[in-house]
Design a protein around this ligand. Structure first.
Ligand SMILES: Nc1ncnc2c1ncn2[C@@H]1O[C@H](COP(=O)(O)OP(=O)(O)OP(=O)(O)O)[C@@H](O)[C@H]1O
Ligand SMILES: [Mg+2]
Length: 253
């Protein structure tokens, strides 16, 4: 198991300081973001210029024009997706904290990946602690973490020959509630295990490399931690822990 270094120094309760730290992390992101978007804009310009030339030479059928416009539109959508996902890093949006049972978040998140689980014929096993302690967290953001991790797990099983298995486990101890997602996929080579949390690091042809960076940022904002244990060719256990909710109105004070 490796310990994931924190992206930011531990944040103070003041949201302004936290925001300042986030903005400085965003500075590092900006170069990568500009590069990714610029790449897509160049592709769009090339397609459009090529289309104009072929139109002028009378060498563009309706079918070819349709394909060209389709490529332009899907590349523009990719750029849009990159920008909107990266914006989450910089949002000053206050967390909408409520008492949450992470079992419910896991169950809700599964609805978003049902199709992918079916398509990849992945066997799902749930081990949800029946009396899980609650956490104080932003439901939408934590569900984003679970969905990103689940999608990665399913994608990791895509190329393997043996049984595709995915299990989700929730547990708690005295201080933390833990969610662990384990897959029997391709695993992560030791030399890239720390890199996978860096923005825009991806090994997938169509990946953006934003998912885990976002997970780390959200979990840290909740004073939680991410854990990773993976072996190339065997599979991956990835998860997060959030401080459990302590009730201040207990009869014993
Ligand atoms: N469960 C996993 N098994 C194997 N590799 C993984 C797993 N989770 C993450 N990775 C590796 O970490 C990389 C970064 O993951 P991340 O989710 O940040 O980006 P991505 O999945 O490539 O793209 P996207 O932004 O669309 O999620 C992946 O490209 C993959 O190489
Ligand atoms: Mg991903």
């Amino acid at each position: 198991m490796i310990t994931i270094p924190q992206q930011l120094t531990p944040s103070t309760p003041e949201i302004d300081l936290e925001h300042a730290q986030r903005m400085s992390a965003l500075g590092e992101l900006a170069a990568g973001l500009a590069h990714e978007i610029q790449q897509r804009l160049t592709i769009i310009a090339n397609y459009a210029n090529g289309g104009v030339r072929r139109l002028e030479n009378g060498r563009l059928s309706t079918e070819q024009l349709r394909e060209l416009l389709h490529e332009i539109s899907s590349t523009a959508l990719q750029a849009n997706e990159i920008a909107s996902r990266a914006r989450n890093y910089s949002k000053k949006e206050a967390l909408e904290l409520t008492a949450l049972n992470l079992n419910d978040v896991v169950t809700d998140s599964l609805n978003y990946v049902e199709e992918q689980l079916d398509n990849h014929q992945v066997d799902l096993e749930l081990e949800l602690h029946p009396q899980l302690s609650e956490v104080f967290a932003d439901r939408t953001q934590i569900s984003q973490v679970v969905v990103n991790m689940l999608l990665n797990a399913v994608e990791a099983t895509a190329g393997i020959e043996s049984d595709r298995k995915l299990s989700i486990q929730t547990t708690h101890d005295d201080n933390f509630v833990n969610v662990v997602i384990e897959d029997s996929g391709c695993g992560i080579p030791a030399d890239i295990q720390l890199l996978i949390f860096e923005p825009f690091f991806t090994t997938k042809g169509s990946g953006l490399g934003i998912g885990l960076g976002l997970c780390r940022s959200i979990v840290e904002r909740h004073q939680g931690q991410i854990s990773l244990d993976s072996e190339e060719g065997k599979g991956t256990r990835i998860g997060f822990s959030l401080p459990l909710l302590v009730c201040s109105d207990s009869p014993h004070g």
